[in-house]
Design a protein around this ligand. Structure first.
Ligand SMILES: [Zn+2]
Length: 231
């Protein structure tokens, strides 16, 4: 009995020593801790495409999104969508979000007054509803909300819409005749300071480079540990 008890104590002590030793190694390693695996930091990219749909570019973008299994948000122009409802149908059917950008995209008319702004939004939203069966609740100001009069911003939010700006850009609206590599570079560098990225891109008819750059942009952020989401 005594011998057994002594053996038990020795075994317990040995186990304690081993555990303490392992614990010292465990906590002593700065490159790995339980927090790294259990409290995963979520980094998110919201891909947003303005000024579509277009026959030439939007289907190519949708193909890449499908192949990469990524969902995105399309802020559409109503007067372009009237004759391209098949593209809106595809966007909705493939799990993307459709938001209001404008019906006419003519700044002078849209920003002439709060009334004309809301009329433009509603007209665009009618096109969305005719395809998806419901009005969109999200909006992107043509040109963004940056520097806009507070009255326009209040008019939109009081109308029940959430407006979405961006904090990173492919700069596909600014770089003339861009190469896809330039758009990738712009997306990566403008997004550098944030873990919650809203990336601006365009799917209008001249933006073929955007469609060509998209796969590399997605793969870059996937490799950096980002997840993709839509509004
Ligand atoms: Zn626009």
């Amino acid at each position: 009995m005594n011998r057994n008890f002594t053996a038990f104590c020795a075994a317990t002590f040995a186990c304690a020593l081993i555990l303490a030793f392992c614990g010292a190694i465990w906590t002593g390693s700065p490159s790995f801790s339980l927090a790294d695996t259990n409290e995963k930091e979520i980094k998110t990219v919201y891909l947003t495409f303005d000024d579509g749909p277009s026959d030439r570019v939007t289907p190519k973008i949708l193909d890449v999104l499908k192949e990469e299994n990524v969902k995105a948000t399309f802020f559409i122009i109503g007067n372009q969508a009237e004759t391209r409802k098949y593209i809106l149908k595809r966007e909705a059917a493939e799990g993307h979000t459709i938001g209001v950008h404008s019906y006419s995209h003519r700044y002078k008319e849209i920003y002439a007054s709060c009334d004309s702004l809301i009329k433009d939004i509603d007209k665009c939203n009618e096109v969305i509803k005719s395809v998806t069966g419901k009005y969109s609740k999200i909006y992107r100001f043509p040109g963004g909300s940056f520097g806009l009069s507070e009255k326009f911003i209040s008019a939109v939010t009081e109308h029940g819409l959430r407006y979405i700006d961006w904090n990173a850009s492919t700069r596909d609206a600014e770089i003339y005749d861009a190469a896809p590599e330039q758009l990738l570079h712009a997306a990566v560098t403008t997004a550098a300071s944030t873990d919650n990225i809203v990336l601006l891109a365009h799917d209008s008819t001249t933006k073929t480079a955007t469609a060509e750059a998209l796969r590399a942009i997605i793969r870059h952020f996937k490799a950096e540990g980002y997840e993709f989401s839509r509004f």
